[in-house]
Write a protein that binds this ligand. Structure first.
Ligand code: ZN
Length: 193
């Protein structure tokens, strides 16, 4: 009887709305539904995207992070899904599907770069999160990198450099194996290393 008298608390004066969870704006589209049937979600669950606008990088890198978060980087996984390539395998690892998370984090080249850049100890654990959560949490980090630069600046810059190196290695396969992965990231942020 007492429970019936308790009024549910309203935190949001706005009425509830129905939102499609597989899009960035909550709108349904046949494309997003088709991608869902392929187990290839085009976006993380419906959520605020303000964090992308606040990425501490120039507009080009911010746009790159936006595409990565939306799973729209032109990875082999996406190109294969669009029937542009004959397989979805990473051209470096050869046996693993090249998703956004693989290219930027899990590929052997990416791992070498992250090791050289030195991940702040408080964010090592984030590298086991889902790729989209990994992107978001690191871009929102308040930690300072060993170089004295905010990790929220180093992180998107490093992702961008990994992507550039990946694209260059498509035309020059030796690049990914030549000990070049440090590129400008370490030189820029870890002078003297
Ligand atoms: Zn790989």
């Amino acid at each position: 009887m007492h429970i019936l008298l308790v009024q549910p608390q309203r935190f949001d004066p706005q009425p509830d709305v129905v939102a499609w969870g597989n899009s960035s704006n909550g709108e349904f589209s046949s494309k997003s539904a088709w991608l869902l049937t392929k187990n290839f979600t085009c976006t993380p669950p419906f959520e605020s995207w303000n964090w992308v606008r606040n990425v501490r990088a120039n507009p080009r890198i911010r746009n790159f992070i936006w595409l990565a978060a939306l799973n729209r980087l032109k990875t082999k996984a996406l190109l294969f899904l669009r029937k542009i390539t004959q397989n979805d395998l990473c051209d470096i690892c050869k046996t693993v599907c090249e998703t956004m998370g693989h290219v930027l984090r899990d590929c052997c080249v990416a791992k070498a770069i992250w090791a050289d850049v030195t991940i702040p100890s408080g964010f090592v654990v984030s590298f086991s999160l889902s790729p989209s959560s990994w992107l978001k949490s690191n871009c929102e980090s308040k930690l300072i990198h060993c170089s004295g630069i905010p990790w929220s600046v180093v992180f998107p810059f490093t992702c961008w450099n990994i992507w550039l190196l990946r694209n260059k290695s498509l035309f020059n396969p030796d690049l990914s194996r030549a000990g070049d992965p440090i590129t400008s990231t370490t030189k820029a942020f870890c002078p003297g290393s």
